[in-house]
Design a protein around this ligand. Structure first.
Ligand SMILES: Nc1ncnc2c1ncn2[C@@H]1O[C@H](COP(=O)(O)OP(=O)(O)O)[C@@H](O)[C@H]1O
Ligand SMILES: [Mg+2]
Length: 169
């Protein structure tokens, strides 16, 4: 199940991230893919803000690779794989302790993950595309077992007046 959303201004990205944060449950991984400047970190800030984390504390973790935040309603782990490149050694960054079903993991540059990565279990995939200076296209791919999460997300978007296109495939 896919949802396509056009965020033609940065504030819409903020609303979309806020909406998703209200629907996320512990143990979920959010896999973000898209080029530099596509808006992965901006979207993560919005998610964090919705969880009650100060978005100013969410910065690109490109150099430290992993940041975790405990102050929100669900603990959040923010990972950026850019520096590790293709097929990263996740043991090196010590993700195991966070794969306990109690955290929300957000992964930038998730296209670098191998097929067998434990981060792909219970994952919502989001592809971001740069359209123009202030416009980004979001494609959300919800696996079947996250149907309720998608329903919650759609309801929030509708309440906020954000349009989306929904496809079954
Ligand atoms: N609609 C939008 N959604 C998200 N970011 C936007 C949007 N319009 C402009 N921007 C800007 O694009 C940049 C995205 O950067 P960033 O979130 O760091 O990207 P990434 O993490 O994908 O490299 C930010 O400077 C942000 O202010
Ligand atoms: Mg980034």
């Amino acid at each position: 199940m896919k949802l396509i959303i056009k965020a033609d201004e940065e504030n819409k990205t903020r609303i979309v991230g806020n909406c998703l944060s209200r629907c996320l449950i512990p143990g979920i991984t959010v896999l973000l893919s898209g080029d530099l400047g596509a808006g992965k970190t901006t979207f993560t800030k919005a998610l964090a803000e919705g969880l009650g984390i100060d978005p100013r504390h969410v910065t690109s973790p490109t150099f430290s690779i992993l940041h975790h935040f405990h102050e929100g309603k669900i603990p959040l782990v923010h990972i950026d794989l850019y520096r590790l490149g293709q097929d990263p050694d996740l043991d090196e960054i010590g993700i195991d302790e966070y794969l306990d079903g109690h955290h929300i993991m957000v992964v930038e540059w998730s296209e670098y993950l191998g097929d067998e990565s434990p981060l792909k279990y219970k994952a919502l995939l989001i592809r971001l595309t740069f359209e123009s200076e202030n416009s980004r296209l979001f494609e959300f791919v919800f696996p079947d077992d996250l149907f309720n999460m998608m329903a919650c997300f759609k309801k929030c978007l509708e309440g906020q007046g954000i349009e989306y296109e929904s496809t079954g495939a």
